[in-house]
Design a protein around this ligand. Structure first.
Ligand SMILES: *Cc1c(COP(=O)(O)O)cnc(C)c1O
Length: 371
């Protein structure tokens, strides 16, 4: 299979045999959405798995970002990172909020707490960091800044499903955290997402917001949107939850194999495990130092492509480079030197449960043969 295409990711699918009885049950119940049986079951199961008290399911991972900002009544300016998937900043835009980009830390690729205070103005109301690649932000330092200036903190935890720090869920940090269950993520419900909060009243408000603002048959308490997760994907999600630990274990093996092979190669940097962290191995980014390695990032990226190995330049370009945002003062590359450098040197290697040892050998060989 010389020419087999190795994709950067592949979805975790439940067995069809297991899924069919769930579908038959849903057909019998004739209740397809609006907080149905499987929706309630999945919320409960996810609370247990993720070790959080309150979770609200959504139809994707972007609406919880938009609704978190609504639920907390965020306005004005929000401090965020340019090194993420565009949805993080788009959620601010959809709320009429001005994003203020702050540079990242070169080791973790997460927002650099040392640079947050200088970006705070009288209009700042919140900080929206991202646990990039599922690696925890410096949540205590970010919280200390938020407390000092009276700001809310909303974490985009789309990459951080199941990540724990010293036995605690990373989702317990900040005021709220959002998850994505998109097909390409560690845990998926085809499309899907969730918003995690810390008290019952807030959970209620979020549930109104995701259902047009309905708090009763004829009562609308807020101008809500439709963000509801349906029964079919909830049932699918219950099944995928049963195999996510095995999937994460398989990803860990692949990460260990990559690290073992890559440590011999000059000019290629990768990320190690952090102490006290339960990682989910959602991505495997490598950073190319063109001088030491002998090839640029793009040269390696296209060479891999020629050999049918589809890496992804995540996250390149930076969000701040897109036309909607590039006019902002904080979007200047001079304000974001580290993020610019990381975006210019990163390739995410293929990473998914089902990637074979032959695949990883082929990928490592390709990177090993410079030029
Ligand atoms: C995937 C992702 C999202 C959006 O999730 P969808 O489920 O695709 O809407 C948001 N933020 C980050 C960082 C993501 O990677």
């Amino acid at each position: 299979m010389e020419n087999k295409v190795i994709t950067v990711t592949a979805p975790l699918l439940p067995s069809l045999d297991d899924f069919l009885p769930y579908l038959q049950d849903i057909w019998q119940r004739k209740w397809l959405t609006n907080n149905g049986y499987y929706h309630q079951k999945l919320e409960k199961a996810l609370c247990e798995y993720l070790k959080v008290p309150y979770i609200s399911l959504f139809t994707n991972g972007t609406l919880p970002l938009i609704c978190a900002l609504q639920a907390l009544r965020i306005t004005g300016e929000v401090i965020t990172t340019p090194y993420s998937f565009v949805a993080t900043t788009h959620a601010l835009w959809w709320n009429g909020i001005k994003p203020v980009f702050v540079d990242i830390d070169p080791i973790t690729c997460n927002i650099d707490p040392d640079k947050i205070e200088a970006a705070i103005t009288p209009k700042t109301t919140a900080i929206m960091p991202v646990h990039v690649y599922g690696r925890p932000c410096e949540t205590e330092r970010i919280q200390a800044i938020a407390d000092k200036y009276g700001l809310k903190v909303i974490y985009d935890a789309a990459h951080a499903f199941g990540v724990e720090v010293n036995g605690n869920s990373i989702l317990s940090a900040g005021d709220m955290s959002t998850l994505s269950f998109h097909a390409t993520k560690v845990y998926n419900t085809v499309e899907g997402g969730a918003l995690v909060c810390h008290d019952e009243n807030t959970k209620k408000r979020i549930d109104y917001l995701k259902n047009f603002g309905f708090a009763g048959e004829t009562t609308i308490v807020a101008p809500g949107i439709n963000g509801k997760m349906d029964e079919i994907r909830s049932a699918y999600g219950l099944l995928n939850l049963q195999q996510v630990d095995a999937a994460i274990a398989a990803r860990r093996e692949i990460a260990l194999k990559y690290r073992e092979g890559l440590k011999e190669i000059g000019g290629i940097r990768f990320m190690d495990d952090m102490s006290g962290v339960r990682h989910n191995y959602s991505y495997f980014p490598v950073f190319v130092d063109a001088e030491d390695y002998g090839m640029t990032r793009d040269e390696l990226y296209f060479k891999m492509k020629e050999q049918n190995i589809l890496g992804r330049r995540y996250f390149y370009p930076l969000i701040s480079e897109f036309s909607t945002y590039r006019g902002l003062e904080s979007a200047s590359p001079y304000n974001l030197p580290i993020a610019t450098q990381m975006a210019d040197s990163v390739i995410c290697l293929p990473m998914y449960c089902g990637l074979t040892p032959q695949d990883t050998d082929k990928i490592l060989n390709c990177i090993f043969q410079q030029g």
